[in-house]
Design a binder for this molecule. Structure first.
Ligand SMILES: Cc1cc2nc3c(=O)[nH]c(=O)nc-3n(C[C@H](O)[C@H](O)[C@H](O)COP(=O)(O)OP(=O)(O)OC[C@H]3O[C@@H](n4cnc5c(N)ncnc54)[C@H](O)[C@@H]3O)c2cc1C
Length: 179
């Protein structure tokens, strides 16, 4: 089946994500790009990943370079647009002496770990060397638009699986033939 890019993008847009700006040094100056392909990868070693279009400047700058993931808060949709190529802020506010954007929800600083061919993107894994989180409401991207997070279904935190090698496997569910 031939995959039509526009339809694939529409389908992928149903996966709601947070929004980050990945910053690094580019030609000696701080540089940033809006990225929602950010994902947690591993705790030991601590790894995170981002996928960057080969056409982006950031893709070139990240080759073998340290980077910072700035997790945006709800009020930073203007920064998300700005770092996606729609200039919308007069002056970007940085935490002095860093490549961190002032007011972000969380920061992860990374050194390069590996990079992988991802078709028209490159997947960069970074080893986390430092992080900070400040709480607050995240910015959400869903079906091509910025959103606020809705109300939780359940206030109890997720406490992990009860079906794993540490606590023992649950009995296999009985399977029924479709009627
Ligand atoms: C919600 C969302 C998620 C996205 N996720 C991804 C993704 O996962 N992967 C991906 O490849 N693309 C993603 N994009 C697209 C990506 O953000 C744009 O293609 C962007 O332009 C990156 O291009 P670039 O690296 O060439 O950066 P540039 O085009 O060079 O920079 C992007 C913008 O940021 C401004 N800027 C950069 N550095 C500074 C600075 N120091 N001070 C002030 N302004 C600065 C530039 O002027 C420019 O307007 C996403 C876009 C959106 C809206």
């Amino acid at each position: 089946m031939a995959v039509e890019s526009r339809e694939l993008r529409d389908c992928l847009g149903h996966f709601a994500t947070g929004v980050t700006v990945v910053t690094c040094l580019g030609d000696g100056e701080p540089h940033g790009a809006t990225v929602n392909s950010f994902t947690a990868v591993s705790l030991d070693p601590p790894l995170v990943g981002v996928a960057l279009s080969r056409r982006s400047r950031t893709c070139r700058y990240l080759d073998g370079a340290p980077f910072t993931v700035n997790v945006l808060c709800r009020r930073q949709d203007d920064l998300a647009r700005h770092f996606a190529g729609r200039p919308s802020v007069a002056a970007v506010e940085w935490v002095p002496g860093t490549e961190r954007l002032a007011g972000a929800l969380a920061y992860l600083t990374c050194v390069p770990w590996r990079s992988y061919d991802g078709g028209d993107h490159v997947v960069y894994l970074g080893e986390v060397t430092g992080f900070e989180h400040h709480g607050g409401e995240p910015l959400v991207f869903y079906r091509g638009a910025f959103h606020r997070l809705g109300e939780p279904f359940d206030v109890a935190p997720w406490l992990g699986s009860l079906d794993n090698p540490d606590v023992g496997w649950l009995p296999a569910p009985t399977t029924r033939s479709p009627t």
